[in-house]
Design a protein around this ligand. Structure first.
Ligand SMILES: Cc1cc2nc3c(=O)[nH]c(=O)nc-3n(C[C@H](O)[C@H](O)[C@H](O)COP(=O)(O)OP(=O)(O)OC[C@H]3O[C@@H](n4cnc5c(N)ncnc54)[C@H](O)[C@@H]3O)c2cc1C
Length: 387
């Protein structure tokens, strides 16, 4: 039997490779870049480890628990909650007595939160086919303007990386359940440790880096050099826009994001919390070394600030200056991430155009590590079911 050809070495492609390998099915993976991980990767600069955009590993995701060796990732955990200006909103399930320690939660908010919490009991599907958006859902509860506009909406703008919350309301409930009951973490070595671990389970001679695939059929791929390789089947595990292009379709552009990394001198450790902003398109910032000190050289602090695409360093520094008085921030690098996350959709036209090519990628589920892992598993299982 010829090998299964996998195009794309992001989380979805690596997951497909792992499932095939675990089932003794031969595969070859082709990745365009010089390293694996796709949207989950990290670079090193001046002793700092910079992830490709602020990202966290949600340890409660079922596919994360099933597919990764979490102990070996040496996770560092965020506190469950968020900071808004100088106030902290802790996860009310972990610190119920702190709920009213902030002055922006009213009884009305607590009542709406309790109603939402009630809905989170039991199985909450990420996607239930309902067309209601997250924005509409939030508006349907009687939250105070302050709680809604200073906490709930900015928090989910950061999760969805979009200004208007058009992602399905079911996804809001699903993520909320994960955030309330699970933990957000970063591996000691940065997010790149995740694809690195997944790759470590695979035979190295089956993974080809720096190999851009320019054309595909259901049983062959064409390398940039013009060489054609035949296989038993092809898994296309690239992002939505590349998949559409390779299948001769056009997709609307998705919103990009930008993460700024700053170094600072800071000796005091503070609670490892995400800090919400909601000014100048800046979504949130955090001191990453309060979570994971390995990300910076000794004695230095690493801050990340994430905005929607378009913010400048000057604007970001201005906002952070107000929030971090007395801390001098020096830009290490800003990272533009075009097409960060895509809108949840069924992508029927794309699936139809695939004609026997097996698709994988977070866009087939929902944008997250869970979505990418699940899509990779499903793609591999579809192929295993054929043989
Ligand atoms: C800024 C940002 C923040 C995020 N935050 C979180 C978070 O906190 N928690 C979370 O769970 N998820 C988060 N996500 C989502 C998560 O990173 C993605 O859902 C996941 O990485 C998608 O994986 P994928 O394999 O589907 O796609 P990709 O990572 O896009 O992988 C596709 C791969 O295909 C390769 N490729 C493309 N074209 C070709 C070609 N022609 N030939 C060969 N290879 C090709 C690419 O180089 C890439 O490696 C975030 C994403 C971004 C961008």
């Amino acid at each position: 039997m010829k090998p299964i050809l996998i195009v794309g070495g992001g989380i979805a492609g690596l997951q497909a490779a792992n499932i095939l390998h675990q089932n003794n099915t031969d595969f070859i993976l082709f990745e365009k870049q010089a390293s694996l991980g796709g949207r989950v990767s990290s670079t090193k600069k001046d002793g700092f480890i910079l992830d490709r955009g602020f990202q966290v590993l949600q340890t409660s995701y079922s596919e994360v628990q099933r597919s990764l060796d979490l102990a070996k990732l040496q996770l560092h955990f965020f506190e469950s909650g968020a900071m808004i200006k100088d106030q902290v909103f802790f996860n009310p399930l972990r610190r119920p007595f702190d709920l009213f320690s902030t002055d922006f939660i009213t009884l009305k908010d607590a009542y709406s939160l309790a109603k939402i919490w009630f809905k989170l009991q039991g199985d909450v599907p990420a996607l239930d086919g309902n067309k209601q958006t997250t924005q509409e859902l939030i508006e349907s509860y009687s939250f105070s303007d302050r709680f809604k506009n200073e906490f709930l909406i900015p928090f989910f703008q950061g999760v969805f990386l979009q200004e208007t919350l058009t992602q399905p309301a079911s996804l809001f409930f699903y993520y909320l359940q994960q955030f309330l009951y699970g933990n957000a973490a970063v591996p000691a070595g940065g997010m790149q440790a995740i694809p690195d671990q997944m790759a470590s389970f695979l035979p190295t001679d089956k993974v080809n880096l720096n190999q851009e695939i320019v054309a595909i059929t259901d049983k062959s791929i064409t390398l940039k050099s013009g060489e054609i390789i035949e296989g038993e089947a092809v898994i296309l595990a690239v992002d939505l826009l590349v998949a559409a292009k390779m299948l001769g379709l056009q997709m609307p552009e998705t919103l990009g994001s930008k993460t700024f990394y700053f170094s600072a001198k800071k000796t005091e450790k503070e609670p490892a919390l995400l800090r919400l902003v909601g000014e100048q398109h800046l979504l949130h910032f955090t001191c990453l070394t309060d979570v994971n000190p390995n990300l910076a050289p000794k004695g230095k602090a690493l801050y990340s600030a994430t905005s929607l695409q378009g913010s400048s360093e000057k604007e970001v520094k201005e906002v952070l200056g107000k929030q971090l008085p007395g801390i001098k921030l020096t830009l290490i690098q800003s990272i533009d991430i075009p097409h960060s996350l895509q809108k949840v959709d069924t992508y029927e036209a794309l699936k139809k155009a695939a004609k026997g090519i097996v698709l994988a990628g977070d866009y087939l589920e929902f944008p997250s590590l869970q979505g990418a892992l699940l899509s990779g598993r499903k793609a591999a299982e579809e192929i295993l079911a054929r043989t």
